[in-house]
Design a protein around this ligand. Structure first.
Ligand SMILES: [Zn+2]
Length: 122
């Protein structure tokens, strides 16, 4: 593997190491996608141009999605602000195999949970 590819794709051992330190919320968002809800919107006047700056908040991991929207509804720019610990140094683009490892880690967590209300059902 060339050094360039190493930077783009995480190696399996790095992925499992990263997952072992990741919170359940972070794993869920990386596997299922974020759970967005409206947070704020501000009107921004820059010279002659007016835009809306919208911020969405993930209700699970608190990542923020920022969108600059024109007065006719076009998305002009999008960027994200991540909570501490969400971004993993050295982990590049999430591959199909990374997602598989995340999925299995979530399944293992859910299987290990005690079913709620089990005693009442008996
Ligand atoms: Zn999230």
């Amino acid at each position: 593997m060339t050094p360039k590819l190493r930077a783009l794709y995480a190696l399996p051992s790095n992925v499992n190491q990263a997952i072992s330190k990741m919170s359940y919320e972070f794993m869920s968002c990386r596997d299922w996608g974020h759970s967005w809800r409206a947070y704020t919107v501000d009107i921004q006047n820059t010279g002659r141009r007016k835009t809306f700056h919208e911020t969405l908040l993930c209700s699970r991991c608190e990542t923020r999605k920022h969108r600059d929207i024109s007065t006719i509804g076009e998305i002009l720019a999008t960027h994200y602000t991540y909570p501490a610990g969400y971004l993993i140094p050295g982990w590049g683009r999430v591959t199909k195999n990374d997602r598989a490892a995340l999925r299995l880690a979530i399944v293992q967590i859910l299987l290990a949970r005690e079913p709620e209300g089990e005693l009442e059902i008996r």
